[in-house]
Design a protein around this ligand. Sequence first.
Ligand code: A3P
Length: 319
Amino acid sequence: STNDPSESSNTEADLVARLPTREGWSTPLTLHNQCWLRSHMLGKFMAVRDNFRPRGDDIILATHPKSGTTWLKALAFSIFNRSRCSLDNDNHPLLTTTPQKVVPFIGAVGGDLDYLETLPSPRLLSTHLPLSLLPPAVSTLGCRVVYLCREPKDAFVSRWHFENKIGKGGPIGLEDAFDMFCQGCSAFGPFWEHYLQYWKESSARPREVLFLRYEELVSDPLEVVRKLASFLGVPLTQEEEDGGVAQQVVSFCSFDSLRNLDANKAGGVERAGGKVFIQFSSLFRKGKVGDWANHMSKEMAEKMDRLVEDKFKGSGLVF
Ligand code: A3P
């Protein structure tokens, strides 16, 4: 490694130049180890596998983008930290900080690898990286992983809207976005590889990997909160059950509640690698299941369903 920024950016530019790169989404994407990454983040993400040092008691929230990362972070953070910070507390971090920032992204936003070393255990971390780009020690040390995925048509529509909010270039049309997504070319894609890697990991390590879906968070959030609490090693006590703590977490982290906090309204902005500007308000759009039907044609939906059926055939993962 080098301290000279011009040298390191040259190295990254060289790297990007040597690997397949495609334009179309809000930023160019580069294919590394069979995963499409934002080109300007390539160096940072490549460093994770070699330089991120997992600890056996780490808890990693892993998501394919637009699957409900923000929601999962809010839920897990508030459940995990409730003994030292109750949701009744006027100083609760989630009142002033967007959920995306209270749980650092490994190697990316708020999750610089040196900084992660300084955090006390057990660490609550997050990533969009596929398992194959994390250090193998995540598996061998038995790190707990919560994986959240989403029905692919809804995940796609959510992504298309989002890309057009963060993009500095021209907007990407629905058809072009759809073609690229179905070719596997979207940030952290192919999405099916992402889902499948964590799905298989959850079969191999069922007690250490919790596989969740956005749709079950929507249909039975109370049950997911209980599941999460147990999984995080802080199950709800009878007293908490009687006191309605699960309901309190669900209400606090609901779409309308989070969206209306100042921390998540327009004004809050994140720079990611200097290339992408994320307004925190754009992390909250509709929060519904089945919104794809308002955007995708019947033909598109059928094509995506066939692709999904084909890619997940025999895996046991069904949408
Ligand atoms: P839509 O675009 O379909 O509305 P991510 O956090 O992974 O980027 O995912 C964003 C999606 O989750 C968006 O979906 C967003 O509206 C939805 N979302 C964000 N917070 C939510 C919440 N508290 N409850 C339900 N959905 C939420």
